[in-house]
Design a protein. Structure first.
Length: 130
């Protein structure tokens, strides 16, 4: 399977038609409009949006990520944050630090990843992008 840019494909077909002047359309298609309609109606492939691995997250310094969290001290809503790096906790475990609105930092322990928090490249299906 290969993802294509349908609009670029249509432009390429138009360029080709301009160069040859005519086209024979087979396999049950009777017109240029039907051919373009098939391209436009082709489903868009959306890459999977699995939670990032901690290794992937480490490589995203300064980039936005979508964090979901169910922290012990109350539910913190899912939101966009900037990954600001990794530090060490008092217990010497890795803490992933994110900058939130207003420059406030929020830390999440690596040991709790997948249990109380996750990070994604974009909001998971069904989550609102605010």
């Amino acid at each position: 399977m290969r993802i294509i840019d349908a609009y670029r494909a249509i432009d390429m077909i138009d360029e080709w038609l301009d160069s040859v002047g005519t086209v024979l359309v087979g396999k049950g298609l009777s017109s240029y409009g039907e051919l373009i309609g098939c391209i436009e109606d082709t489903p868009t492939l959306t890459p999977p949006n699995e939670p990032l691995t901690l290794e992937q997250l480490r490589e995203m310094n300064g980039e936005p990520v979508w964090v979901t969290s169910a922290r012990e001290r109350g539910n913190i809503p899912s939101r966009w944050v900037l990954f600001a790096g990794v530090s060490k906790s008092k217990r010497n475990s890795d803490v992933f630090v994110f900058a939130t609105t207003g420059g406030i930092g929020q830390g999440y322990e690596a040991a709790n990843y997948g249990k109380t928090w996750n990070a994604y490249r974009r909001p998971p299906e069904g989550e609102e992008d605010t």
